[in-house]
Design a protein around this ligand. Structure first.
Ligand SMILES: [Zn+2]
Ligand SMILES: [Zn+2]
Length: 144
């Protein structure tokens, strides 16, 4: 009931600045594959930063071959010993506005890592703790 709208932001869509800033947590502002350091760095629009080492990232590969599909186990379910090639990233491509597809040293490139999933699996202590607090209770069965 007051006239306190900011006068200096005329073009801002009021919807974007509302209480739910959910979108920003899965919108990357920077993605950097550090091949020498063997890690993938992602900065998010909400200022959070996520760093995956390549080995962790390869284990998260969401493709049907690695994960399996329709109830069939995937290659990663057989707990393979990953070779240096399989955990070296030779390139990474944006997939639309929602995912990245790394190319691995063994030529594997069918895993589309969505930004949602990358943020959800963020291995930093803060996110790990939050997953432990909110996670374990509810959901059985995981995303496939
Ligand atoms: Zn895969
Ligand atoms: Zn995190």
């Amino acid at each position: 009931m007051s006239a306190d709208r900011p006068a200096n932001s005329p073009a801002v869509n009021p919807g974007l600045d509302g209480p739910r800033a959910a979108g920003t947590s899965t919108r990357p502002t920077r993605i950097h594959a550090d091949r020498a350091g063997r890690r993938l760095e992602i900065d998010w629009a909400d200022t959070h930063s996520t760093v995956y080492d390549f080995v962790t990232l390869r284990w998260l590969c969401p493709c049907a071959y690695c994960r399996g599909e329709a109830g069939m186990p995937g290659w990663l379910d057989s707990k393979p010993t990953l070779t240096a090639d399989q955990t070296s990233m030779t390139g990474i491509q944006l997939v639309g506005q929602y995912a990245v597809a790394p190319t691995w040293g063994d030529g594997h490139q069918t895993g589309y890592y969505t930004f949602d999933a990358l943020r959800e699996h963020c291995p930093c202590p803060e996110c790990t703790r939050r997953r432990e607090q909110t996670g374990s209770a509810g959901r059985s069965g995981h995303l496939g």
